[in-house]
Design a binder for this molecule. Structure first.
Ligand code: UD1
Ligand code: CA
Length: 459
């Protein structure tokens, strides 16, 4: 049983999107890393509707498969005969008692708060129409009002007279419809128009005929109701979306050097007084503590950073947990499965993969650390390498507390360097090194006295 006055959302997403010139169905193109349709679904979910029904067609199962979720009801529209026909596919599933909110799958920036204000503006048993005033209304359906200012009908661009075309108030496509009336209105739609389509917009005049009040609600920000028809518009809305995210971060206390040069594609949490320098990209689930600096050109995906962390320019991090006051980069690469304890320093041209590095340890220059466990207070010299892969399997390198690894050392795993050990520079360590001792593998240095450099033969 569906409760009275329940809300059902119908999202129209069956259109072909020809102008995208893409193999991918339009609504699966990504904005902020998420499919366009995903943004619309999120806004719909925030309203707590009784059901969300998505009308799909072009792209078929690919669209449903890309957004799997138990709370979504998919309705197929075999042939795209118009927006009215699309709603007709979903209407038989909707409860008569409730209201039906129609959204478009290619209008990604619409906020749940705006939708709530829109719905509140509509009188009980009435119909709501979301409109917007555009400096250039070309291409949109115009909102035609009577002498008293009441909404009479919507006329599509292709059916409009020159006088109607001069109207600046347009239909956004978003409508709130009384479930009780909708079935009969959709049955009465015809397709005798310039495009031979069943226009949903014709329900406005049918509502008038039936004495149902049509409440127009004008949205202030055109970007919120802008649709994506081609890749130029997709890029424009991407920037608008990024600007909105950057603004929210700044208002929450995050410092952003240049909000026009920040890309966020995921679920981000950042504490106040952290600085994001230009061209930072954050993806997936990223949590950053307070007073951190994320340097120019850094890419962080699925990482968690404590407080006071410094990531110097052009570092790339993925799938890592970083404790307070760690310093990374410039030009460092931190790969999945890495945990860095408090105060660790990772310097330039260092790659760390699936390794745990203990408090205060330093790997400052040109090293590869893979599948390693490194204790506290360890110093790894320039150019040290864990040889973790024998061509078939990966092996562990264990370096205990207070070890000093000389420069240009290869640690051939599996191998353990015990507490307080020192490894001489240039060593190839193939066996465990004992605690507290100096271990090195290096031929003794020789000098050939009197040796002469070869000279170039003349003639
Ligand atoms: C529609 C409105 C127009 C409004 C404009 C706002 C109608 C007749 N016109 O025009 O008044 O100003 O949106 O952007 O409604 N769709 C289907 N099945 C179909 C046809 C469309 O699912 O058979 C979906 C599309 O995928 C899209 C939405 O409905 O998400 C709008 O369709 P579109 O063809 O873009 O409508 P417009 O001609 O732009
Ligand atoms: Ca459109």
């Amino acid at each position: 049983m569906k409760e009275a006055n329940s809300l059902e959302v119908v999202i129209l997403a069956a259109g072909q999107g020809t102008r995208m010139r893409s193999q991918l169905p339009k609504v699966l193109h990504r904005l902020g890393g998420k499919p366009l349709l995903g943004h619309v679904i999120d806004a719909a979910r925030a309203l707590g509707p009784a059901a969300i029904r998505i009308v799909f067609g072009h792209g078929g199962e690919q669209v449903c498969a890309a957004l799997p979720s138990a709370d979504l009801h998919w309705v197929r529209q075999e042939a795209q005969l118009g927006t009215g026909h699309a709603v007709q596919m979903a209407q038989p599933h909707c409860a008569d008692a409730g209201q039906v909110l129609v959204l478009y799958g290619d209008v990604p920036l619409l906020q749940a708060d705006t939708l709530r204000a829109f719905m509140q503006s509509v009188p009980e048993h009435g119909m709501g129409l979301m409109t917007v005033r555009l400096a250039d209304p070309t291409g949109y359906g115009r909102v035609i009002r009577d002498a008293a200012g009441a909404v009479m009908r919507i006329v599509e661009e292709k059916d409009a007279s020159p006088e109607e075309k001069s109207v600046g108030e347009v239909n956004t496509g978003i409508m709130l419809l009384p479930g009780k009336r909708l079935g009969s209105w959709l049955e009465r739609l015809g397709n005798d128009n310039a495009q031979g389509e069943y226009y949903l917009t014709d329900v406005v005049s049918l509502a008038r005929e039936d004495g149902v009040e049509v409440q127009a609600f004008a949205v202030a920000d055109p970007a919120e109701v802008a649709g994506v028809n081609n890749k130029v518009q997709l890029a424009e809305l991407e920037r608008a979306f990024q600007a909105r995210q950057a603004r929210a971060l700044m208002l929450a206390g995050v410092l952003v050097t240049d909000p026009a040069r920040l890309d966020i594609r995921g679920e981000i949490e950042i504490a106040p007084d952290t600085l994001l320098e230009p061209n930072v990209m954050l993806e997936g689930r990223v949590r950053i503590g307070a007073n951190c600096v994320i340097g120019m050109g850094c890419v962080l995906r699925d990482v968690e950073l404590g407080d006071g962390v410094e990531v110097l320019p052009y570092s790339v991090m993925e799938g890592a947990r970083i404790a307070d006051r760690v310093r990374i980069g410039p030009f460092a690469r931190i790969r999945p499965g890495t945990t860095l304890a408090e105060g660790v320093h990772i310097g330039n041209y260092v790659e760390v993969k699936a390794s745990a590095i203990g408090r205060g340890s330093k790997v400052n220059h040109l090293s590869y650390i893979g599948d390693a466990e490194i204790g506290n207070g360890v110093n790894v010299g320039a150019g040290a390498i864990t040889c973790n892969y024998d061509g078939a399997n990966k092996h562990k390198t264990i370096i205990e507390d207070d070890v000093f690894i000389g420069s240009d050392t290869q640690l051939v795993a599996p191998v353990r360097v015990a507490q307080g050990a020192t490894i001489g520079a240039g060593s190839t360590i193939t066996h465990d090194a004992p605690a507290g001792e100096l271990t090195l593998s290096r031929p003794p240095q020789r000098t050939r006295t009197g040796w002469k450099r070869p000279t170039k033969k003349s003639g």
